[in-house]
Design a protein around this ligand. Structure first.
Ligand code: AMP
Length: 395
C-alpha cells in the first residue's frame, strides 16, 4: 500500500516543500516547490516528479505577501487538493536546532514543542520560522503526526573536545557548544557513500557541503567527529553572505570602536560578509566565476583557501584522510572550485583527474589516488522523509 509524506523546510525568507509517495520500499517525489522572497516579493512555484512546472504565481504587492503566516496559508490552499489520495501519514520538518538534548528525529508533542521553543535563543534567525511551519501544519492538517528532523542531531556524536569551547564550563553546561549544522545533508551523504564507495565509507572522509551556506564535516566510519560550524551557522567557512571563522576580538573592536550593537553586528556577519562582502559584487558563485573584476577573484581565492585549510584541519582531527566528497550547489556544479580545492589538497595524497572533474565525476580522483574524491548530490528532503517514516515506525 502506498503512503504519502510531506516534507517542510520553513526558512527565514523561503518555504520549501516536497510531497513523497512511499510504496514498494521506495520514496517517489510527487511534487516539490517553494515560496521564495517572503516579506519582499513572494514567488510560489511547484514542479511535479518529472521536474515539470505545474503551478507558478507571484505577488506584485509586497504587502500582500507579508510574513510566514500568509505564505503558509497559500501553501496549505495549494496542497489541499494535491496531496495524494493514498493518504498522508506524516509531516517531516527541517528544524535547525535540537539543542544539546536531541540526537535523533522525534515525533512532536507538547514537551518537544516546548523544548524547540526554548532553543530559539540558540538560533534566533531560523528556529522561529521552523516553529511557524510546525504551527501551520498542526492547524491545516489536524491529526497528522509531525516529526522534527534536526540539522544538529547528526553531530551529537562529537567527543567533548570537539564539542566545547575554551570557556568556563558553566557556559558549556548551559548550552554554549559547537553544535555543527547541515547534519541532514551529511547523514544523507554518509549513507550514499556506503553504496557508492563502501570501503571509503568505512574510513576517514571529509564532506564539503558548499552552497549559499557552506560547511565541512569529518566522518569517521560514517559518524560525524567534527565540523567547521559551531555554536551558530556563522562559524567555519566563508559563505554567500556570512563571514565564517572570525577572531572574537574583532567583535569587541566593532562594539568599542565602532559603537555597533548586537543587531548591527548580526546584520554585518550574516548578511553583508562572505563572498558578497569580499567581492562587493555578488553572493552567487556563478556571478563571481564569470566576473572579470579582480575583487571576484579575491573572494574565490579566500573561499578556496579556507576550504583547503579546513580540509587539513579535519584530516588532523581524524588522524588521516581516505576520501573527500563535494556536495550542494557549488560542490555539485562548480568544476573550477573543485579543481582549486583538489589541487590545494594534493599534499594529502589526492591525485586529481581534470577530465572526470569537467564531467562532474562522480569520481574526480585518479584510480591510483591515495585519497578518493567524489561529487555526490545531496538530498536533505529525502533524508527527512526517511527519518519521518522511521520515527512513525512505517519502515
Ligand atoms: P545551494 O545553497 O546549495 O543551493 O547553492 C547555491 C550556490 O551554488 C550559489 O552560490 C550558486 O552560484 C552556486 N552554483 C549553482 N550552480 C553553479 C554552477 N554551475 N557553477 C558555479 N556555482 C554554482
Amino acid at each position: 500500500m502506498s503512503k504519502a509524506i510531506l516534507v517542510l523546510n520553513a526558512g527565514s525568507s523561503s518555504i520549501k516543500f516536497t510531497v513523497f509517495n512511499y510504496h514498494d520500499g521506495e520514496l517517489h517525489v510527487c511534487y516539490n516547490g517553494q515560496i521564495e522572497g517572503i516579506g519582499t516579493r513572494p514567488h510560489f512555484k511547484v514542479k511535479d516528479g518529472d521536474e515539470r512546472v505545474v503551478y507558478e504565481t507571484g505577488w506584485e504587492n509586497p504587502l500582500l505577501g507579508k510574513g510566514h503566516a500568509y505564505a503558509l496559508e497559500q501553501l496549505a490552499t495549494w496542497l489541499d487538493p494535491h496531496l495524494p489520495e493514498a493518504g498522508l501519514i506524516g509531516v517531516g520538518h527541517r528544524v535547525v536546532h535540537g539543542g544539546p538534548k536531541y540526537s535523533a528525529p522525534i515525533v512532536i508533542d507538547g514537551t518537544v514543542l516546548h523544548d524547540l521553543e526554548s532553543f530559539v535563543s540558540l538560533a534566533p534567525l531560523h528556529q522561529p520560522a521552523n516553529l511557524a511551519g510546525i504551527d501551520a501544519t498542526m492547524d491545516f492538517l489536524p491529526g497528522i503526526p509531525n516529526v522534527a528532523c534536526f540539522d544538529t542531531a547528526f553531530h551529537r556524536s562529537h567527543s567533548l573536545v570537539a564539542d566545547r569551547y575554551g570557556l568556563p564550563t558553566e557556559f558549556y553546561t548551559e548550552g554554549v557548544r559547537r553544535y555543527g549544522f547541515h547534519g541532514l545533508s551529511y547523514e544523507y551523504i554518509a549513507r550514499a557513500l556506503k553504496r557508492i564507495d563502501p570501503s571509503i565509507a568505512q574510513g576517514k572522509v571529509v564532506v564539503a557541503h558548499l552552497g549559499n551556506g557552506s560547511s565541512m564535516c569529518a566522518l569517521s566510519g560514517g559518524r560525524s567527529v567534527d565540523s567547521t560550524m559551531g555554536f551558530t551557522a556563522l562559524d567555519g567557512l566563508p559563505m554567500g553572505t556570512r563571514c565564517g571563522q572570525i577572531d572574537p576580538g574583532v567583535l569587541l573592536y566593532l562594539m568599542r570602536e565602532k559603537r555597533m550593537g548586537a543587531e548591527q553586528i548580526e546584520g554585518l556577519l550574516y548578511k553583508r560578509s562572505g563572498l558578497l562582502g569580499i567581492s562587493g559584487i555578488s553572493m552567487d558563485m556563478r556571478n563571481l566565476e564569470s566576473s572579470l573584476d579582480p575583487r571576484a577573484a579575491e573572494a574565490i581565492d579566500y573561499y578556496v583557501f579556507r576550504i583547503v585549510r579546513e580540509t587539513g584541519a579535519l584530516a588532523a582531527a581524524m588522524g588521516g584522510l581516505d576520501g573527500l566528497v563535494f556536495t550542494a550547489g557549488i560542490g555539485e556544479n562548480s568544476s573550477l572550485i573543485r579543481e582549486l580545492i583538489c589541487r590545494g589538497s594534493a599534499w594529502l595524497g589526492l591525485a586529481f583527474d581534470p577530465e572526470a572533474n569537467a564531467g562532474h565525476g562522480p569520481r574526480i580522483s585518479t584510480p591510483g589516488s591515495k585519497v578518493a574524491a567524489w561529487v555526490i548530490p545531496t538530498d536533505e528532503e529525502r533524508m527527512i522523509a526517511l527519518h519521518t517514516l522511521s520515527a512513525l515506525r512505517e519502515v
